[in-house]
Design a protein around this ligand. Structure first.
Ligand SMILES: Cc1cc2nc3c(=O)[nH]c(=O)nc-3n(C[C@H](O)[C@H](O)[C@H](O)COP(=O)(O)OP(=O)(O)OC[C@H]3O[C@@H](n4cnc5c(N)ncnc54)[C@H](O)[C@@H]3O)c2cc1C
Length: 388
């Protein structure tokens, strides 16, 4: 079969690219090995799809080439996506920090994209296993069923996380096959796991949460951290994980809004127990475990000034060294990807191989938590869709 455009991957970026190319009258076929389109969209935002963020800028993205995302983001805005939702009668609302979620279900977003594909004459072929990709004058994509002969090939196969939602490494292999560099890949927006010697401490705290301020290298995030039976999770941990390299320390200010040394000084002559005082500002279970580990709880007047200073420093600068992340099976995204220095920022086309495009999470543009990754998928898919 001959097509103008073949897109591999019926996820967020592939479907957006297909819709835009179809609107331009291009003959488009989308191939996906999964049995349904948009599996990650369905799972996103806890089933409510945090589809974009009202405040999006290049600084919300990590990349070896931080300017690359500017052009696509400028040409497809959060307002463009909400206009599409409105056209389909899909209601949404803003949660904290500009995050936009569907009021009902992410299923509606997938159905909307499928309807738009149908309206633009796009054919979506699910259960299509790709056996080979080659290029002569045009691209030849061999599936189990047939061979497609395409003028343009868009690779939109996403990152490596959540194999259960269809992730494979095909996109990275295709980039390498055509001589494009792939930057180092790592799980990102992912919980941390700690060394065996810390396991009992974290296990005992599983389920407890608190608001902290975190630092890793030069990055800082403030938000909820959640203790799990293996280590730490929660929004602030997921955010900082994208900046973490193996061996790095995370520095946690457990009391970002309180000067605990001032409070210690006020209570220095009192009989109040350290654990009781800390429980006024931190979860009870955490205060107990923290005192057990770092400062056997006793009345405040029993501590020397030096001990109180050291404890205050620890509470405002708790140094943790994760042993690893929870890996691709728990990561929301993959950090790194197809080197953007080998792609046009306007069209996502390879500068080396005319007609070959890479979009979405597969590209070395990784968003922070809060709707930025789906927005990048829409914006990069839209950019390629204008050109393929
Ligand atoms: C649990 C979870 C929750 C998330 N929540 C959010 C959120 O709320 N907000 C947000 O912004 N981001 C969220 N993300 C991230 C976001 O879903 C992705 O960044 C985004 O979907 C990437 O779009 P994409 O088109 O690049 O890839 P995907 O949407 O992953 O699509 C890739 C498609 O390619 C197909 N494919 C892969 N390999 C092959 C192959 N070999 N042959 C054929 N087809 C193949 C897959 O089946 C899939 O359909 C979440 C991710 C996860 C895992």
């Amino acid at each position: 079969m001959t097509t103008d455009v073949t897109i591999i991957g019926a996820g967020a970026s592939g479907l957006m690219c297909a819709i835009e190319a179809g609107k331009r009258g291009r003959n488009v076929v989308v191939l996906d090995h999964a049995a349904r389109a948009g599996a990650k969209i369905l799972a996103s935002g806890g089933g409510r799809c945090n589809f974009t963020n009202l405040r999006i800028g290049p600084s919300d993205y990590l990349s070896e080439n931080p300017h690359f995302c500017k052009s696509a983001l400028a040409r497809f805005t959060p307002g463009d996506f909400t206009a599409l939702l409105k056209k389909h009668g899909i209601t949404y609302h803003e949660k904290e920090q500009g995050r936009l979620f569907c009021r009902r279900s992410s299923q509606l977003v997938v159905e909307m994209l499928e309807r738009e594909c149908a309206a633009s004459g796009v054919e979506v072929r699910l259960n299509s296993r790709i056996l080979n990709i080659a290029k002569k004058d045009r691209f030849l994509i061999t599936t189990e069923r047939d061979e497609l002969n395409a003028g343009s090939l868009v690779v939109a196969t996403g990152g490596l996380s959540f194999r259960s939602l269809g992730a494979t490494g095909l996109g990275y292999r295709t980039a390498s096959q055509f001589g494009l560099r792939v930057t180092p890949l790592n799980p990102a927006l992912v919980p941390f796991i700690f060394h065996a010697e810390d396991a009992a401490f974290f296990k005992g705290l599983s389920g407890a949460s608190l608001v902290a301020s975190l630092r890793c290298n030069k990055s800082r995030f403030r938000g909820e951290i959640l203790f799990t039976h293996q280590g730490l999770s929660g929004p602030a941990i997921l955010q900082i994980s994208s900046y973490w390299e193996k061996g790095d320390e995370i520095i946690v200010d457990l009391l970002p809004d309180t000067d605990i040394l001032d409070l210690f000084k006020l209570e220095m002559r009192s009989k109040v127990e350290m654990q009781t005082l800390l429980s006024r500002h931190l979860p009870k279970r955490f205060s107990k475990a923290f005192c057990y580990r770092y400062a056997v709880s006793r009345p405040l007047h029993d501590y020397t000034q030096k001990e109180l200073r050291e404890l205050a420093n620890l509470l405002h600068g708790w140094r943790l060294k994760p042993s690893e992340t929870a890996g691709y099976e728990k990561a929301e995204v993959t950090r790194g990807g197809v080197d953007t220095r080998e792609l046009s920022s306007k069209t996502m086309e390879s500068t080396k191989v005319p007609g070959l495009y890479f979009v979405g999470e597969l590209v070395d543009v990784t968003g922070q938590l809060g709707g930025y990754n789906l927005h990048w998928a829409w914006a990069s898919g839209y950019a390629a869709g204008q050109h393929v």
